[in-house]
Design a protein around this ligand. Sequence first.
Ligand SMILES: *Cc1c(COP(=O)(O)O)cnc(C)c1O
Length: 362
Amino acid sequence: MTVSKNIIRADVRALSAYHVPDASGFVKLDAMENPYTLSPELQQELGRRLGSAALNRYPVPTYANLKAAICAKQGVPSGWDVVLGNGSDELISIVSVACAKPGAKVLAPVPGFVMYAMSAQFAGLDFIGVPLNNDLTLNLPAMLAAVREHRPAITYLAYPNNPTGNLFDAQAMLEIIREVGDTGLVIVDEAYQPFAGDSFMSKLPEFENLIVMRTVSKLGLAGIRLGYMSASKALLAEFDKVRPPYNINVLTEVTAAFMLEHTEVLDKQAAAIRSEREQLLSRLADVAGVEAFPSAANFILFRVTQAGLTGTQVFERLLEHKVLVKNAGKMHALLDNCLRVTVSTPAENALFLTALKSSLYS
Ligand SMILES: *Cc1c(COP(=O)(O)O)cnc(C)c1O
């Protein structure tokens, strides 16, 4: 107790640990996981590959083959490279550390992805959150004013945004990228790109300050922990110095290479989830007492509007029905009474809808 008090930073001691609820026995719709697994044939083939991986050796730290496969298959502009991270969480942390000059600031719309603020804090950067509009669209004038006032070293724009699920206006994002100019970096976080139907990847050659970040987590590979980001060669070279040299383990490397040979499997799963999202959105539109927001992701944010009921009460009743969603109301005042549900299989989505209706009307 005394040692931790003497040694550990006060701001770290004041934090509560990132809370991941125990989901055993629940229909798990809280973490944007893909519900689909690989076919038994692919599982066996992957098993054979993993079995012959060189576990006794360190990975080859350039990851040249995996990076080349990602660039070729994921729409990275020709001539552009990527840096790999142990999940995009690690990439966020690498960029934060690389930019952490005294007084440097990080800017992002809020509510947004929590790791932007956390990584900023850990790296000693000030975090500035600019509230979205009430309809959860980007407040462009406020963003531009904040860029002018703070000249942030890093500006995050999640496309689509988490926890709101919407795509920000692309023209507004371009204006922000131009306003930041050569005084900062803009990270377009495309964690949900497989469900979005739009991307900034092809805009990389136009903007020296642009970073496009992605992850395979929401695509169906959350367990392997792999993210990548593309940007100008000069930037990637600097980030690569901060990256721990063996940050991608050989099992992840083998699995990712294998899945890149079978992208059609993941593409098909993403297409099924997109179509289920449209189904779920239209069914939610018919449920009295909730209002769903538009989504370009694999989750839907909705507000409980039923008189006499709070979002937290509905969250707790869903738990009684063994359905776990995210209580987004706790994240930000703009999300009062909001819950966030992951789009899953037709069966799980139906189960969720039934549980939701009985939570609202019982
Ligand atoms: C889930 C998520 C990530 C983190 O992805 P990992 O690769 O699993 O670390 C990054 N950004 C956003 C917006 C996310 O929702």
